[in-house]
Structures are given as structure tokens and as C-alpha cells.
Design a protein around this ligand. Structure first.
Ligand code: F6P
Length: 541
């Protein structure tokens, strides 16, 4: 079986949604709240430690009904089953999509080509646990017999963003190990990190699913050369370098000892891989028990997504609302605003997950698409973002749906700060909903000339994702929530969410240009690129 291939705009519900959109596009949410005192209760989902209020959206019960019908018409439930059953749903790459298996309990069964992959997963998990414990408690030592103090994750894209975001988000739970992330091929990045390191006490984790990525291999080679330039010898590499990859041969050729290789599988997409050994740096930073709790949280969200009826299914509801804005209101972007400094890197992480997955323009029938797909994701934590770009959300000309993510409890327990943070968190969505009318501005005693500038139209949609506390488990749930939202949207838009061919062309051209810079070849360019290349060649030495 393969994924359904239904063009969403040919469905009955899409047609209904178009008509319905014409009727409600000018309604103000303020009126919808006034008309129905139960609105907030009707459009809230409470699940575990998650409280999701989606009532501050430009939807009515009819909108919600038609959106759910759309989900049914595109056979979403069938698609969810296909994903979890290990079918080859990443058809363009001929792979199953089973990052959900990585966080499932040991007694679960996930089959790829008829073989249960759970034993292999747990074998690697045990290996992660062993090395984590040995590094954290100092049993495993470096080449001068000193315990490790620093860990450097060398990877890019999915092999960097997930671990980097999670380690930053869960820094409260961190042990003594200092963690660093090298990703960019910009040599200044790796050199700035190297400056902080002692080769005798640093563990290097090279993460590359393919082990062919230019950035990662360049950084790994630079670091290896620096390491060998200290008092270390070739045989010391075995103590200090470990690798996570599907490409065991290439890792061995790099000089890494077989015992230091953590395998992953082609049925784990890069941007969904932090649950695999790609998350080794997470485990080292926060300890294996916390890493496992992150996975358990994600597994709880998987079960919710798999079993909950669509109208109470958090990822499904969030995905449908996003489709509503993207395809009917023609909103181009979505903001992610966490009211937690810990989630500083969440939007950056989700940019890859969402935009690499759903930035597609050919449907599952191979036809060009004539409707909008992937949304543009951006965001920064509140309250900082309030003092930066909120002006545009409040009074600009664009419709920008936003997810507000907050926690009831802070981690350090400073209630004064937490109350201030939460009052901002709540105030912003209320202000975005209600705006400020001319009468209200006049009542404030505003001078006549300034009145139009102080009016806020409001009616700006938000989802509030209110979670009890930031823990490894709740973060696991949150990330998995967005992963499933991506999947649902891909199904509705009739696209393949798990390939990323769009990133290849630039890589291929960069390889050719590099050969030119190295004076190995000469190829024809457009005049702009040629001039820029000449400019570089004149000045780079
Ligand atoms: O940029 C494309 C991409 O393939 C991402 O999908 C992936 O996360 C990243 O490159 C890194 O790839 P690898 O883990 O193979 O080095």
C-alpha cells in the first residue's frame, strides 16, 4: 500500500471551505467570542501536562467541521496507519519513515521489509547508555588518562539542529560536561570552538547520516588534524572520536574504531533523527535517563497521535488550522514564540523540520501543484521578540498566525519573574485577539492626529500551547507534536514530506565552483556569478 494521492482542492470539503471562507473572512474573533461564551472550552484540548487553546483563531464550529472533513477526504487516518506500519511512504527515496520506532518501548514491533527493527534499536540505545555513563562518571578517559570535560558535536542540518536545540533547551538538567556544536563549513566557526578546547579532555562526536556531507567532513578533518598536532597519535583517535552514521565503511576510512561507531538507519530522516544515536550529544549532556525521558515523552505524543480521534488530536488540529490560514487566508508565514529562553533555538530547529519537509511543489501523482504548500517558519522567544518584531504582527499589513508556547512553572522557581513572563504571554495573545478600537484610543485621551496610529485592528490568530513544566519528557512531546503536524500537512497537500531534493542543486554547483577556485576546471557561468567569482579570486589570498 502507498499513501493516498488525493488532490485536496478537488475534494468536496475544500469546496465547502472556499465558500465558508467567503462568509467568514471578515468576521472578527472578538465577535465570535461575544457570541459564544463556551468558545474557549469548545476549542481547547487538555492532554497530560498540555493545555492547548486554539480558540483565538479565525474559525467557527463550521470551519472546524469542514477541516475535519478535509482530513477524512484525504484519508488522513489511513496515512497515519501507513506511516506507523513501516510502509515505504518516503516513496521518492524508497524508504520507510520510522523515527517513531526509536522512541517506542522495547516490546513494540516495528517492521521494515518484514524484519522487526526494535532489537537493533535497543542494541544501539544500550551502547549510547554505556558510553554516556562511562564518559559522565569519568571511567572512560582520554589519551593522557584524564577524564573528559568537553564534548563537540560535529554535524549539520538534522545532525546538528536537533541535538543543539535540545541540549540548549534542557541545560537545566545538564551535568558537568561542556558541549559545543560545530556545523558551518565557515572555518572561523570551527576555529572559534577549537580555541576553547583541550585535546586531552575532549570527545568528538561526528554525526553524519551519509558521512559524505562537505561541511561535516571538512570540520572533522580540521579537528582531527588539530588533535594530531597536539601530543596525540593516530591510535589516540580511538579514544577521542566517535561517529554516528549509516555509512559504516566511510566512517572506518576516516580512521574511527569500529567500536566507536553508532549506527543509524535509512528509515530515519535527518531532520527527525535526534531520537537515534544522532542524539548522543544530548545523552552525554543530560545523562541517559533524561535522554530516555525525552524519548518517552515523544512516544506518548505518538500514541496520542495514533489513537486519538481527529477532533481531539493535537497535531491534527494544529495542522488543519495552519492549512486554513495558508490556503484560504493566504498567510505566508507562521511564527513560533516560546515564552521560555530555554527554547531559544526551537524556531530554527523547526525551520528545517517544516520547511525541508513541506517546501514542495510537485504532488504525489507527479503533477505540479497549483495551491500553496509549506509555510515559512520564524520566531524568537518572548518577551525579547515583543521588543523586536511584534510591532509588525500587531499593526502591520500581514496576517501572521502564531504559536505561543509557555510553561506554568519555571525551573529555578523565581515566581516574581514567572508571573511577569506569564502575564506577557497571556497579554500578547489577548491583545492580538482584541486589538484596540478608535473609541478606546480616544478614551485614553490621545491627540486627534495620533488616533489612527494607535488603533490596533486585532483579529490576529494564535494558538496557546501551555505546558506544565519544561522537562525532558514534555520537550519530547512538544517536538513530536510538531513532527506529526508536518506529516498531517504533507498528507493534506498531497506531497512527499520526507525527501529534500531541493538542497542538492546548490551543493552540486558549489562542488564545481570549488574546483574552479582550486584551478582544476573552468565552467561557464552567468555573468553575475562569473564577476563575483573573479572578485573573490582577486581578493582571497
Ligand atoms: O541539507 C540536506 C541534508 O541532507 C539534511 O536533510 C540533513 O539533515 C543534512 O543534510 C545533514 O546530512 P548528513 O547527516 O548526512 O551529514
Amino acid at each position: 500500500m502507498s499513501l493516498p494521492k488525493i488532490n485536496p482542492i478537488n475534494t468536496n470539503s475544500w469546496n465547502q471551505l472556499e465558500k465558508h471562507f467567503d462568509n467568514i473572512k471578515n468576521s472578527h474573533m472578538k465577535e465570535l467570542f461575544a457570541l459564544d461564551k463556551q468558545r474557549a472550552n469548545k476549542f481547547t484540548i487538555k492532554w497530560d501536562d498540555f493545555y492547548i487553546d486554539f480558540s483565538k483563531n479565525r474559525i467557527t464550529e463550521d470551519t472546524f467541521k469542514y477541516l475535519l472533513e478535509l482530513a477524512n477526504e484525504v484519508k488522513l487516518e489511513e496515512a497515519i496507519k501507513s506511516q506507523f506500519s513501516g510502509e515505504i511512504i518516503n516513496k521518492t527515496e524508497g524508504r520507510a519513515v520510522l523515527h517513531t520506532a526509536l522512541r517506542a518501548p522495547q516490546n513494540a514491533t516495528f517492521k521494515v521489509n518484514g524484519v522487526n527493527v526494535m532489537p537493533e534499536i535497543y542494541e544501539v540505545k544500550n551502547k549510547i547508555k554505556t558510553i554516556t555513563n562511562n564518559i559522565v562518571n569519568g571511567h572512560r578517559k582520554g589519551f593522557t588518562n584524564k577524564a573528559f570535560t568537553d564534548v563537540v558535536n560535529i554535524g549539520i542540518g538534522g545532525s546538528d539542529l536537533g541535538p543543539a536545540m535540545v541540549v540548549d533547551a534542557l541545560q537545566y538538567y545538564k551535568n558537568h560536561l561542556k558541549t559545543h556544536f560545530v556545523s558551518n563549513v565557515d572555518g572561523d566557526h570551527v576555529n572559534e570552538i577549537i580555541k576553547k578546547l583541550n585535546p586531552e579532555t575532549t570527545l568528538f562526536v561526528i554525526v553524519s547520516k551519509t558521512f559524505t556531507t562537505q561541511e561535516t567532513l571538512s570540520n572533522a578533518n580540521t579537528i582531527k588534524a588539530w588533535f594530531l598536532n597536539s601530543n596525540a597519535t593516530q591510535k589516540d583517535i580511538a579514544k577521542h572520536f566517535v561517529a554516528v552514521s549509516t555509512n559504516i565503511e566511510k566512517v572506518k576510512n576516516f580512521g574511527i574504531d569500529e567500536t566507536n561507531i553508532f549506527p543509524m538507519w535509512d528509515w530515519v530522516g535527518g531532520r527527525f533523527s535526534l531520537w537515534s544515536a544522532v542524539g548522543l550529544t544530548i545523552s552525554l549532556a543530560i545523562g541517559y535517563t533524561n535522554f530516555d525521558a525525552l524519548l518517552k515523552g515523544a512516544n506518548k505524543m505518538d500514541n496520542h497521535f495514533k489513537t486519538q480521534e481527529l477532533q481531539n488530536n493535537i497535531p491534527v488540529v494544529l495542522a488543519l488550522i495552519s492549512v486554513w490560514y495558508n490556503n484560504f487566508f493566504k498567510a505566508e508565514t507562521e511564527a513560533i514564540i516560546p515564552y521560555s529562553q530555554y527554547l531559544n533555538q526551537l524556531a530554527t530547529y523547526l525551520q528545517q523540520g517544516i520547511m525541508e519537509s513541506n517546501g514542495k511543489s510537485v504532488d504525489r501523482n507527479g503533477n505540479p501543484i497549483n495551491y500553496q504548500t509549506g509555510t515559512i517558519i520564524w520566531g524568537e522567544p518572548g518577551t525579547n521578540s515583543q521588543h523586536a518584531f511584534f510591532q509588525l504582527i500587531h499593526q502591520g499589513t500581514k496576517l501572521i498566525p502564531a504559536d505561543f508556547i509557555g510553561f506554568v512553572k519555571s525551573l529555578h522557581g523565581n515566581q516574581d519573574h514567572q508571573n511577569k513572563l506569564t502575564s506577557n504571554f497571556l497579554a500578547q495573545t489577548e491583545a492580538l485577539l482584541n486589538g484596540k478600537t478608535t473609541d478606546e484610543v480616544i478614551a485614553e485621551g490621545t491627540s486627534k492626529d495620533n488616533i489612527p496610529y494607535k488603533v490596533f485592528k486585532g483579529n490576529q490568530p494564535t494558538n496557546t500551547i501551555f505546558i506544565d513544566k519544561l522537562t525532558p519528557e514534555s520537550l519530547g512531546k512538544l517536538i513530536a507534536m510538531y513532527e506529526h503536524k508536518i506529516f498531517v500537512q504533507g498528507i493534506i497537500w498531497n506531497i512527499y514530506s520526507y525527501d529534500q531534493f531541493g538542497v542538492e542543486l546548490g551543493k552540486q554547483l558549489a562542488t564545481k565552483i570549488l574546483q574552479e577556485i582550486d584551478q582544476k576546471t573552468n565552467i561557464e557561468h552567468d555573468s553575475s556569478t562569473q564577476n563575483l567569482l573573479n572578485h573573490y579570486k582577486k581578493g582571497y589570498k
